[in-house]
Design a protein around this ligand. Structure first.
Ligand code: 26V
Length: 807
């Protein structure tokens, strides 16, 4: 890639705007500049993209394909500038031209092609694979509508469609001649060939064209550009406008085809929704496998028996697990292999990552749905199940009575996690505790059967986006202090540990946090009108809204503090700003009630002069990757308060730690590993342990009513949900009240309340000693290198994928 000077870059921007918009630089809009800079970056990237592809074709290394229904990639202009080495030059050039770079980068709309942690993890992994020079690519769906845009109306969440493609997306490249055809439905016939073998014929299938749009994945200053391939569903043939009889039928049919890549699922509660969701999954899987197998045939030119030597496919949760029977189908029906050979190839290609043990999130599909949508795949799944169950019956007598709980097909449903485990050579959890829970509780029978298959790969985040790019002030300070080598080797952040008592450095660290908080305070003021005290503790909980994540516990603590301040206005507390960001699934009633409650508490607390602004509550609308990039550098306190055992890993915890926030959290997910690194003095741990939670579920000894009756603070808060404090008496939040008590508080909010409040008091105290707080903050930054996704990808590459860096 070229080395640019600032003047050359200025020149390039003006020629680009003239060339593409026909406007001189004096007359351009911010959007024009956005497109101009994107075009310059694209030209830079393109040659490396071609060379990378040529290199892979020539050297034919083993490649990894990351199959995922979600890629939450965030803005690409700034990160592509950073990774291709032009970021600083571009910033200076823009400033010299009189533009605020931030304003230019803001022109880009986040492609919201994911729900939360799982999709963002996939994006971090792509960044790390390219940056570490691994031949690895993402395969996903180009949804025309991504994650909904969230607006608050009267405190309630409303959802607006996210038509992110309204303006051209400069980073994608449509590749028509690599389109493939996918077939749904129809009937299957088995014919006997002359040699006695069976041939499978499909009739009357519905055909769909999968058109690839490729997005470059730029490695960090290393000339590597890998590919994220997103499939779009289109009709195979265009409508015959002459044929009026058929016209409307065809139009309808084509619309239903386009729906396959129409919208990202924020949940899958309805029957119709489920059907479409399965179509999406098969669409992704079938298109990707066609491409992968074609490429193998074209480049490797060997029997597919050797496929596992050249190809490994990571399936991101069970969503793409239909890939297992689909590859079996291709190997048997298209390539003529027998079952055993096909099974041997398949089970050496796939590796499965589990991201949740919540039973309601484990995918199961009704048999009839799969039979009608994918008749041939159903036959294959049935055969996999049959052989699997027989294998246990004959070879594992100790597990015989477990067959009903392990069978892939049971209770008229196909259990996708079981299919994924049986069809993969590796099954991994995403944090140590999560993997232990999988092995010893949730999937213990499978662990008994396949002990070697299970392994842990603790999640990570790309420090390039989440520190280098999102927090330039802090990354400059780090580089000034320990030199630049941490950027390539983030573990070297531990060199900062030498400075935990260095006053001048801590002071600078404090100033940077202060500046970041001022920036966020300004943003809050601009977008919500709320004035917050930038000297207060910025206490942040940003993640999807879910009962197990316990935003409710957080807001109960706010209500408790408010009650205390009303009781005693002189009460000395460290001022705090509680910042929330969260989307609730549109059909998740309880989660939406919690949003309304937080917004209601906010409007009461923020407008009550008697508490003198000691606490403020801010719920920022439409939490997404770009908003996260604004909030995280300004966080003092990171709320990671899920019910122990429920959060598989969490990754926001890592992002905030890396930006110097201290964690208040339960011993759940990756919090456990954060605690083990930073040590007890540098983190605030509270609440039940996962074993306690497990025991309560087993012995049934927990009584929410008991806690409610014995803790006055809790009974006051719960009564306030009904007595009109937060709206019309007995109407607004009575459902929350009843829900908690009638379900016996399954997420132990009431049980953990006392310990949470007590620990929050320790936070309050600790924040008063500024120097000590900053020292703890530095310890957190220093240990965060372990959570770079470079480490995670390194572990996948050597422990699962067996792929080599292409240097
Ligand atoms: C999905 C659903 C679907 C419907 C009902 C409720 C529900 C609850 C949770 C989920 C999550 C599915 C998988 C997922 O996104 N897991 C997240 O993966 C992250 C990356 O590994 C990890 O950090 C998070 O802890 C984990 O929740």
């Amino acid at each position: 890639m070229t080395k640019w000077t600032v003047d050359e870059f200025i020149q390039a921007i003006s020629s680009k705007t003239e060339e593409t918009q026909g406007k001189t630089i004096e007359n351009v809009s911010l959007n024009d500049v956005y497109y101009a800079v994107s075009a310059i970056v694209n030209e830079e990237i393109n040659s490396s993209w071609t060379t990378t592809n040529e290199k892979y074709q020539k050297k034919k290394p083993k490649q990894v394909y990351y199959l995922s229904m979600e890629f939450l990639i965030g803005g690409l202009l700034e990160s592509n500038l950073l990774n291709s080495g032009m970021w600083k030059v571009c910033n200076e050039a823009l400033e010299k031209l009189g533009f605020d770079p931030v304003e230019i980068y803001r022109q880009e709309r986040d492609p919201g092609l994911g729900n939360g942690g799982l999709g963002r993890l996939a994006a971090c992994f792509l960044d790390s694979m390219a940056s570490l020079q691994y031949p690895g690519h993402g395969y996903g769906i180009r949804y025309r509508y991504g994650m909904f845009e969230q607006r608050f109306i009267n405190g309630y969440q409303t959802e607006l469609p996210d038509y992110w493609l309204k303006n051209p997306y400069p980073w994608e490249r449509r590749i028509d001649d690599e389109s493939v055809q996918i077939e749904f439905g129809g009937t299957v016939h088995m014919l006997k060939r002359n040699d006695g073998s069976l041939e499978c014929k499909y009739e009357n299938t519905d055909k769909v064209l999968a058109v690839p749009y490729d997005v470059p994945v730029v490695g960090y200053q290393n000339q590597v550009v890998n590919t994220l391939r997103l499939w779009s569903a289109e009709p195979v043939s265009s409508i015959d406008e002459e044929n009026t009889d058929e016209y409307y039928h065809q139009l309808d049919h084509n619309r239903s085809i386009e729906q396959i890549s129409g919208i990202l699922y924020p949940d899958d509660s309805s029957e119709e929704g489920k059907r479409l969701r399965v179509k999406q999954q098969y669409f992704l899987v079938a298109a990707s496998l066609k491409k992968i197998v074609n490429e193998y045939k074209l480049n490797v030119r060997q029997s597919l028996i050797h496929l596992p030597k050249k190809v490994v496919i990571q399936i991101n949760d069970t969503h793409p697990s239909l890939a297992i029977p689909e590859l079996m189908r291709m190997l048997m029906d298209d390539e003529g292999f027998g079952w055993d050979v096909a099974w041997n190839i398949t089970t050496n290609v796939f590796a499965y990552t589990n991201h949740t043990i919540l039973s309601e999130a484990l995918e199961k599909w009704p048999i009839d749905m799969i039979k009608s949508l994918l008749p041939r795949l159903y036959m294959i799944i049935d055969e996999i199940n049959e052989r699997f169950c027989q294998g246990i019956w004959f070879d594992h007598h100790d597990l015989r009575d477990k067959i009903p709980e392990m069978a892939i097909i049971a209770d008229n449903q196909i259990h996708m996690a079981r299919l994924a485990i049986v069809g993969s050579f590796s099954v991994n959890g995403v944090a140590k505790l999560h993997t232990e829970i999988i092995k010893t509780q949730e999937m213990k029978d499978f662990y008994k059967l396949y002990p070697k298959r299970f392994n842990n790969k603790t999640n990570g985040i790309t420090h390039r986006r989440w520190l280098l790019m999102a927090n330039p002030r802090l990354s400059d300070l780090i580089t000034e202090t320990i030199g630049p080598s941490w950027i390539k080797h983030p573990r070297e952040l531990t060199h900062l540990l030498r400075y935990t008592k260095d006053r001048p450095l801590l002071e600078k660290l404090g100033q940077i946090k202060q500046q970041n908080k001022q920036d966020l305070a300004q943003h809050i003021h601009k977008t919500t009108g709320i004035v917050v005290d930038d000297q207060s503790i910025f206490d942040v909980q940003i993640k999807r809204l879910h009962e197990y994540k316990r935003q409710l516990l957080n807001i109960f603590h706010v209500i408790y503090l408010y009650n205390e301040l009303k009781e005693n206005p002189q009460l000395e507390i460290t001022p705090r700003t509680f910042i929330f960001g969260a989307k609730a699934a549109p059909s998740y009633y309880f989660a939406k009630e919690v949003i309304k409650l937080i917004n209601t508490v906010a409007s009461i607390v923020n407008n009550d002069p008697s508490i003198k602004g000691k606490i403020k509550v801010v719920f920022l609308e439409n939490y997404n990757v770009s908003l996260a990039e604004k909030i995280i550098p300004a966080a003092d306190l990171s709320e990671q308060i899920s019910t122990a055992g429920k959060e598989a890993s969490g990754t926001g915890n890592m992002k905030m730690m890396m930006n110097g926030a201290l964690t208040i959290g339960t011993l759940d997910g990756a919090n456990v590993e954060i605690k083990n690194l930073v040590g007890n003095p540098n983190i605030f741990i509270f609440g039940l342990r996962s074993q306690d939670v497990y025991n309560y579920y087993q012995n049934g000894e927990y009584s929410a009513n008991g806690v409610y009756e014995n803790d006055e603070r809790i009974s006051q808060i719960l009564h306030q949900l009904r007595d009109g404090t937060f709206g019309q008496q007995d109407i607004e939040f009575k459902d929350i009240y009843y829900h908690i008590l009638s379900t016996n508080d399954p997420y132990f909010i009431l049980e953990d309340f006392d310990s949470y409040v007590e620990t929050q008091q320790l936070v309050d105290q600790a924040y008063r000693n500024n120097n000590k707080w900053l020292s703890k903050s530095l310890v957190n930054i220093a240990h965060s290198g372990k959570f770079s996704s470079d480490r995670t990808i390194q572990e996948y590459a050597t422990g699962i994928w067996r792929i080599k860096k292409q240097t």
